[in-house]
Design a protein around this ligand. Structure first.
Ligand SMILES: Cc1cc2nc3c(=O)[nH]c(=O)nc-3n(C[C@H](O)[C@H](O)[C@H](O)COP(=O)(O)O)c2cc1C
Length: 363
C-alpha cells in the first residue's frame, strides 16, 4: 500500500517550496547570497523541507532567462529528472514536476510521471502550465497556442487513459492522434498523481475546475484574496467537482520587523537586477495574465522580490499571522520562495511552523 499523498493529508494549511530548481528562485536580485540553484543546494533544501514536514517541493518550468546582470532563470533544472533524483533522496515530501503542455508529448509525460511516482512511492505531483513566454516557445519552434487549455484537456485525458487501460488506446482529438498507445507502468496513485494547474485567467480556471485537483494562483491583497477561491469554487461546482486553491508568497523572516524590512529593501530594491526586472515585467505584462492587472503597475518590488507574488516580510509571529489570514480566505496551501533557501528555511521552519501548529493549522 502506498502512503497517502502529502497534499491529501490533514494539515489545514499545506506548505511547500517553490522554484528552488531555478537561478534566483523567484527573486531577481544581485545580492551575493542570491540563489544559484546548484544541485547540491537543491538537494539540501529538499531534505530540510522533507525533515521539517513540509508537504511539497514544486519547481518552476523555465527554458530561458530574463537577461540582466545574472541572466536570472536561464539556469534551471528540468523538472522530471530533478524530481526523480529528489524522490530517491527524501522520505515523505510531495515532489512536483512542472510541465509546459505544448512542449512535451503526453505519452512521454505519462511515462516520466509514472517513473517518479514509483521512485517516490506515490509522492509525485504534476503542475500543468500552458506557458506565456513567446521567446521561450520560439526556442522550440512552437507557437503559443491560443486555446492552450483545450490542448491541456486532451493532453491530461491521454495521460489518464493510458494509465487506466489494459488495452492499447486510440485517440483522435484536435491536438493529438494516437494509435495503439500504451504506457506501463501506470502511476501508483490512481487514477493519476495529484495535479495542479498554474493559472490566473478564466480559461485556466475552467481547466483546473474541470480536470485538476488544485489551482495554483496569485492574489494581490490578503483582504480580498478569497474572491479567487470563491470563483474557482463556483466554476468547479458547475462541473460537479471540488478544486482546492494554492498560492505563492516570497518570504523574509527575521527576528525583528525592521531587520526583515531592511533586507527586503536591500535585495528587492537597492540590489535588484533592474534590467532583468524590466525584461520580466514587460514580458509578463504583455503576454501573461497571471496577476491582477494593476499588480504590474503597483508592485515592482514584488516582481524583483518574488515574481509578483505576495510578500511575507517580518517576524515569525507576523508571518504566521498573515499565513493564517490567507488560510482563512480559503487557500489550501502556500508555496514559498526565499532569497537563499538553504540559509533561510531552517529559521523559518523552526520559528513559524510551531506557531501554526499551536494555532491548529498544522499538526
Ligand atoms: C502561480 C503561478 C505559477 C506559474 N508557473 C509557471 C511556470 O513555472 N512556468 C511558466 O512558463 N508559466 C508559469 N505560470 C504562467 C502560466 O503558465 C500562464 O501562462 C499565465 O498564468 C497566463 O495564463 P492564464 O491567464 O491562463 O493564467 C504560472 C502562473 C501562476 C499563476
Amino acid at each position: 500500500m502506498i502512503k497517502q499523498h502529502p497534499l491529501k493529508g490533514s494539515n489545514r494549511l499545506k506548505l511547500g517550496v517553490f522554484s528552488a530548481n531555478a537561478d534566483g528562485g523567484l527573486a531577481i536580485t544581485d545580492v551575493p547570497e542570491r540563489w544559484t540553484a546548484s544541485w547540491q543546494d537543491n538537494l539540501t533544501a529538499a531534505q530540510i523541507a522533507d525533515r521539517a514536514g513540509l508537504e511539497f517541493f514544486l519547481p518552476i518550468a523555465r527554458w530561458r532567462g530574463f537577461g540582466g546582470k545574472n541572466r536570472v532563470r536561464e539556469w534551471s533544472f528540468e523538472t522530471f529528472t530533478w524530481a526523480a533524483a529528489l524522490a530517491a533522496a527524501t522520505e515523505q515530501i510531495g515532489l512536483f514536476m512542472t510541465v509546459h503542455v505544448p512542449l512535451l508529448h503526453p505519452l512521454y509525460a505519462a511515462k516520466s510521471l509514472a517513473t517518479v511516482d514509483h521512485i517516490s512511492q506515490g509522492r509525485a505531483g504534476l503542475n500543468i502550465v500552458c506557458g506565456w513566454n513567446p521567446k521561450e516557445f520560439g526556442m522550440f519552434g512552437v507557437p503559443l497556442v491560443e486555446k492552450g487549455y483545450d490542448q491541456a484537456a486532451e493532453w491530461l485525458d491521454i495521460v489518464e487513459r493510458v494509465y487506466a487501460s489494459d488495452e492499447p488506446v486510440d485517440f483522435n482529438g484536435s491536438y493529438y492522434a494516437l494509435k495503439g498507445a500504451v504506457s506501463r507502468p501506470a502511476s501508483l496513485q490512481t487514477p493519476r498523481p495529484v495535479t495542479m494547474n498554474a493559472a490566473f485567467g478564466g480559461p485556466g480556471r475552467d481547466f483546473a475546475a474541470g480536470h485538476c485537483d488544485y489551482l495554483f494562483t496569485t492574489f494581490t491583497e490578503i483582504s480580498d484574496a478569497g474572491k479567487h477561491v470563491a470563483d474557482i469554487g463556483e466554476r468547479s461546482a458547475k462541473q460537479g467537482r471540488e478544486v482546492g486553491v494554492y498560492t505563492v508568497c516570497h518570504v523574509v523572516c527575521r527576528e525583528t520587523q525592521a531587520e526583515a524590512e531592511d533586507y527586503y529593501t536591500r535585495y528587492a530594491v537597492t540590489m535588484a537586477d533592474h534590467a532583468a526586472v524590466d525584461d520580466h515585467m514587460a514580458g509578463k505584462k504583455e503576454f501573461s495574465q497571471s496577476h491582477d492587472r494593476d499588480a504590474y503597475d503597483r508592485y515592482r518590488q514584488r516582481f524583483a522580490g518574488g515574481a509578483g507574488s505576495y510578500p511575507l516580510i517580518g517576524t515569525p509571529d507576523k508571518i504566521a499571522e498573515e499565513m493564517i489570514a490567507i488560510a482563512e480566505q480559503g487557500y489550501a496551501g502556500i508555496a514559498l520562495s526565499f532569497v537563499n533557501y538553504t540559509q533561510e528555511l531552517p529559521y523559518f521552519c523552526d520559528r513559524v511552523l510551531p506557531i501554526l501548529k499551536k494555532a491548529g493549522y498544522r499538526g
